[in-house]
Design a protein around this ligand. Structure first.
Ligand code: NDP
Length: 236
């Protein structure tokens, strides 16, 4: 039997790099998505023989089309690539920031997912994991006692991840069986994305393990859900 194949976007560093490592260690063939050829090649070489670099800028339609054209079969797509908005409140953000953040964190996920759907449809158990954020939760955000230091902050980033959550539900419904499409809150992690990483962040490998769990769901597993890295359900 062929080993499963997984694509992780933005896998040259951070949580994505750990997801790629963990899937490769489990025996998956892993396509290490990176918008930079050298950093992607370096990451794939360090991960090991199951990992192969895939040049993929998720905001570039030409790059997406070229990457999809080289991929006949895919079992797992992890939409991990993401950017931050440096924490601006809604009143301080700008249309430019909003467009930039939505382009990478929302629009690109649709573009990449749709481009790789033909390859995913060749899988008997296709799995899509959208790396979201606990800060996307409207339930937690609307709670007067919720969100702590993030209250009112990171408006573009958080609303983009809320849109990503909505798309997760819509993809799960329209793709149906045998797809499983889920959103992950990886937890606060020490990475380049997170300005307060050193102060607050936890081990990115722990967040990555949550994505791997959702990538390996069996036929009885959930779809259209929002899950914490530790497997607990997240409130929408
Ligand atoms: P990093 O900044 O460490 O990694 C982000 C990755 O996304 C990098 O590989 C980056 O590539 C890539 N990327 C960004 N834009 C593009 C693009 N246009 N095309 C291809 N790749 C791109 O951050 P994290 O590992 O923390 O973030 C991974 C995911 O986890 C994100 O979706 C983030 O929102 C989410 N997340 C992170 C949390 C945290 O506390 N760290 C908490 C909640 C969610 P490059 O190196 O070229 O910039």
């Amino acid at each position: 039997m062929n080993t499963p194949t997984a694509l992780v976007t933005g896998a040259n560093k951070g949580i994505g790099r750990h997801i790629a490592q963990q899937l490769a260690d489990l025996g998956h063939t892993v396509l290490v998505g990176s918008r930079d050829p050298e950093r992607g090649a370096r990451a794939a070489a360090a991960i090991g023989p199951n990992a192969h670099p895939l040049l993929l800028d998720v905001t570039d339609p030409t790059s997406i089309a070229a990457a999809a054209a080289t991929t006949d079969h895919l079992d797992v797509l992890i939409n991990n690539a993401g950017i931050s908005d440096e924490g601006s409140t809604a009143e301080d953000t700008t249309p430019e920031v909003l467009r930039r953040v939505y382009e990478t964190n929302v629009v690109a996920v649709v573009a990449v997912t749709n481009a790789f759907l033909p390859a995913l449809r060749r899988s008997r158990a296709p799995r899509i994991v959208n790396v979201s954020s606990g800060t996307a939760s409207l339930t937690a955000s609307a709670d007067p006692a919720g969100m702590g230091a993030y209250r009112g902050a990171a408006a573009a980033y958080r609303s983009a991840k809320t849109a990503l959550n909505a798309l997760t539900v819509l993809y799960a419904q329209s793709l149906g069986d045998p797809f499983k499409v889920n959103a992950l809150a990886p937890g606060l992690r020490a990475t380049d994305l997170n300005a307060r990483a050193a102060e607050l962040g936890g081990d990115p490998a722990e967040g990555a393990a949550g994505a791997v769990r959702l990538a390996l769901l069996d036929a009885d597993g959930p779809t259209g859900g929002f899950h914490s890295w530790d497997g607990a359900p997240m409130p929408w």
